[in-house]
Structure formats: C-alpha cells, structure tokens
Write a protein of this length. Structure first.
Length: 138
C-alpha cells in the first residue's frame, strides 16, 4: 500500500476503497471511482472529493509490481474484493493500519522527518525527495 501510495498520488481513502475490479494489471492502471471515509457513524464508501477525483492512474513499474504481488498474496478473488484490508478482510481504518505496520517505528527506521504523515507520500515534495535521493550504495 505504501509503495502504491508513494508512486500513484492516491489518497488514503481512495486506496482503502480500491477493489480488485478497479485494477487493470495488464495496463498497469488503477481506476479511482470512489473513496472510503471514516465518519462518526462509521465507514462510508462514496465518490471522490470532486469530479476530477474520478480518474485512471498509470502506475510506474515499481508500484505495478508491488500491487500485482499484493493482489496475488492478500486480496480476495472476487471482483468486489477490497485490495487493501484489515483483519478478516474488513476495510482499513487509519488507526488499525498505523498499529499493524508500526508506522512511527517504520518512519524512524526509514529516516523520515518527524511529523511525516501517510498523505505526504504522494505529494510533489515527497516525489522530488524520491528523485533526489541517492541510489543505495552510492
């Protein structure tokens, strides 16, 4: 999920709402027809923030490969199966994701700055840091 977020620009709610039928592995694209929002009354699927939010996003090779592996290993077989889920194939919530991946420790281990949030993964500033980062071992 983190790799797809970092290289696609998809928001948390868009990633959490992705279904297998929204992914075209052959074309290397993801269709974004909806989002998942956490409301006081519970989780709710709905349209993206604006009409422009309904889109098809091309994934670079690294994200495409990560997503293909994830689909094979963790996503249910049906077309409506959520791509990224919590325990028992339930929709993801920010809190259960942060605990499951040990977000704070993962950020520290990766050398990310204090205050880095999930939504920072797909921002232009983060993309420029990825491009500017030296290759491992150099």
């Amino acid at each position: 999920m983190i790799t797809v977020a970092a290289f696609s620009g998809l928001r948390w709610g868009e990633l959490a709402a992705l279904r297998r039928c929204d992914v075209d592995a052959q074309a290397g694209t993801v269709r974004v027809p909806r989002k998942l929002a956490a409301l006081k009354s519970g989780l709710e699927f709905g349209s993206p923030k604006s009409a422009a939010g309904i889109r098809v996003v091309a994934l670079p090779a690294m994200a495409r490969q990560a997503l293909t592996r994830h689909l094979a290993d963790f996503t249910g077989a049906g077309p409506e199966a959520l791509v990224f889920t919590a325990d028992k194939d339930m929709p993801l919530r920010t809190g259960n994701f942060r605990r499951a991946v040990k977000w704070s420790k993962a950020l520290a281990d990766a050398g990310m700055p204090a205050g880095f949030h999930f939504h920072d993964l797909g921002t232009p500033e983060t993309a420029s840091r990825r491009r500017a980062a030296p290759a491992p071992g150099s």
